[in-house]
Design a protein around this ligand. Structure first.
Ligand code: SF4
Length: 328
């Protein structure tokens, strides 16, 4: 009776994911340390959900996305996709799973082969997985191009003939070609002008319902993920420090790091006031993270316990988890 149907089952479950890179040194190139890019990262995503993942550069969010996609090997932890453990799968099974999990990158220009016509770029994933050819394939590509707001005749053009926003649309069409279930979007609008950013974000939202997509949306800025996300997770030095639904995060951020990030987001109402919390210093090196709470050297609320004990992520309100000694 407890068996979940395929639809009820979470789309993605990440349990205690770790990604450490060894540092070698000395005469014999022995391992002398490690860069702890991701530590104990856990996340469950529902079908059709959008989770924003936010933090300063170097906090491990992109590494987390790539490890989930199995583009890099996790050091430890478990990744379940539709209930199947995909942490160590290889070969044909991994190739098949990659159909369902696609990635959109920050720089569309470097992810698109400049020598290929747009039609070929968009049809390439289909040709790799399906037997469609000729007219049928062309029609499918034309349909995808129109879906992402490009003219049908874009088929015969090359990436350099398009603006940055249009190139990101080509990448999105390519991503949609195999009808994935999960899209990991790694800073997909960061390289675009602000005026174009909202157009691409709107497109991602529009196609979400049509294609039944779930997004893990990675960004360094809380204002970018605000509109698109259902829930938002904040990462600091490889760890998730707060996760909750969008409304709670923007209304009542609990972690001092989230409060600082949010204080930098402009408020649309000119009469509303918000104290700007300026963070001192940079994110510490993941090769040598501070003891206790990794945020303590920059935290204005730090107490003695923060320098000694690492806080763990705990639920402090319905659907609101935070890792901070202030809430224990
Ligand atoms: Fe600040 Fe301490 Fe909370 Fe870390 S645990 S965020 S140092 S108050």
């Amino acid at each position: 009776m407890n068996d979940l149907t395929a639809h009820d089952r979470p789309l993605l479950q990440v349990l205690n994911l770790k990604k450490h890179y060894p540092i070698h040194g000395g005469l014999f190139r022995r391992q002398v340390g490690s860069i702890q890019a991701v530590n104990d990262f856990s996340l469950t995503m529902r079908r059709g959900e959008t989770v924003g993942l936010v933090g300063e550069s170097g906090c491990g969010k992109s590494t987390t996305g790539r490890a989930i996609m199995r583009l890099i090997e996790p050091t430890a932890g478990t990744i379940l996709f539709e209930g199947e453990d995909i942490t160590r799968i290889k070969g044909e099974r991994l190739r098949q799973i990659r159909k369902d999990m696609q990635m959109v990158f920050q720089d569309p220009f470097s992810s698109l082969n400049p020598k290929m016509m747009v039609g070929h770029l968009v049809s390439e994933p289909i040709r790799n997985y399906e037997s469609r050819t000729g007219k049928e394939l062309e029609e499918r590509v034309a349909e995808l191009l129109v879906k992402v707001g490009l003219a049908e005749d874009s088929y015969y053009k090359y990436p350099h003939e398009f603006s940055g926003g249009q190139r990101q649309r080509i990448s999105i069409a390519r991503t949609l070609a195999l009808k994935p279930k999960l899209v990991v979007a790694d800073e997909p609008v960061s390289a675009l002008d602000v005026s174009i950013q909202s157009q691409v974000l709107n497109l991602l939202q529009d196609i979400q319902a049509d294609f039944g997509l779930s997004y893990l949306f990675i960004a360094h800025d809380l204002s970018v993920v605000k509109h698109i996300s259902d829930r938002i997770g904040v990462m600091y030095l490889g760890r998730l420090v707060e996760i909750t639904d969008k409304k709670s995060l923007y209304k009542q951020p609990l972690h001092p790091y989230t409060q600082a990030l949010l204080s930098a987001v402009p408020i649309p109402d000119p009469n509303a006031k918000r104290e700007r919390i300026v963070l001192q210093g940079d994110v510490p090196s993941p090769a040598n993270p501070p003891a206790g709470c990794a945020f303590h050297p920059r935290c204005r609320h730090a107490v003695a316990a923060c320098r000694e004990q690492q806080p763990t992520l705990k639920q402090v309100a319905p659907h609101h988890e935070v890792a901070c000694h202030l809430y224990e």
